[in-house]
Write a protein that binds this ligand. Structure first.
Ligand SMILES: Nc1ncnc2c1ncn2[C@@H]1O[C@H](COP(=O)(O)OP(=O)(O)OP(=O)(O)O)[C@@H](O)[C@H]1O
Ligand SMILES: [Mg+2]
Length: 233
């Protein structure tokens, strides 16, 4: 597996027209850390994630993954060049493709050979507990299972950074907790740097090593979570 990477944002600003969303934001995420981004609705969590993904570019500041600059004022490296995996609230699976075709897609894009592709898809599906479901279409799966497929697709190419935007918020609370604990375990096994946006403090505490609070377009506070107890240090 590729080494994970540290993420550094320095003086990052972003605005929609006159509405300033991020204001000279600084944040350092150590390699392999799992960070939850918490904050009130509209505080800029998804905007920050989209900047990390390369779906939009900052008005000011820089974003680096390790020694690689991935964005600066008015410029952003394309998402497919960043070595990232993403999971969103709405799963975003391709309905006409089977589970294994969905998961294989990032490997096809990277021109990974057929045999290697098959074994990596199988491994990713087993990791998320969906080994038996490879031939199904997404419509034949529950919401939780669909989100596991999206997770398998995000990790199959062994990215250096994983980005999550409220991936569990469409699921009912019991399922949310189960999947959250499974994801926490998986993220620790993979040791990939992960940024996880959520409204749910409990989810953040289960998953993250560090909880970053955003407010008024900046980092308001960072708290470390003790892994053994799940309590905030
Ligand atoms: N396409 C857009 N055009 C104009 N303003 C936008 C657009 N998208 C988001 N905004 C505004 O930017 C701010 C930050 O939005 P963002 O989606 O990053 O918030 P968020 O913290 O993810 O909120 P939520 O928790 O509700 O998902 C909000 O005030 C929002 O209204
Ligand atoms: Mg959001």
């Amino acid at each position: 597996m590729d080494a994970s990477t540290e993420i550094r944002l320095a003086g990052v600003s972003y605005a929609f027209g006159d509405h300033r969303v991020l204001n000279q934001l600084d944040l350092h995420i150590p390699a392999g850390a799992i960070v939850a981004l918490l904050g009130p609705s509209g505080c800029g969590k998804s905007t920050l994630l989209r900047l990390l993904a390369g779906l939009t570019q900052p008005a000011d500041g820089t974003i680096s993954f390790g020694s690689r600059l991935v964005a600066k004022a008015g410029w952003a490296m394309a998402p497919e060049s960043r070595d990232i995996g993403m999971v969103f609230q709405d799963y975003a699976l391709w309905p006409h493709m089977t589970v294994e075709e969905n998961v294989a897609f990032p490997l096809k894009m990277r021109r990974v050979a057929h045999d290697e592709r098959e074994s990596r898809v199988r491994r990713a599906l087993e990791r998320v507990g969906l080994g038996e479901f490879s031939k199904r279409k997404p419509a034949g799966l529950s919401g939780g299972q669909q989100q596991r497929v999206a997770l398998a697709r995000a990790i199959v190419a062994e990215p250096r950074v994983l980005l999550f935007d409220e991936p569990l918020s469409n699921l009912d609370s019991e399922l949310r907790e189960t999947l959250c604990r499974d994801m926490a375990l998986l993220l620790r096994q993979l040791a990939i740097t992960a940024v996880y946006v959520t409204h749910d403090r409990r989810e953040a505490e289960i998953l993250a090593d560090h909880i970053v609070h955003l407010s008024a377009g900046r980092v308001d506070a960072i708290r470390s979570v003790t892994p053994s107890s799940g309590e905030i240090a």
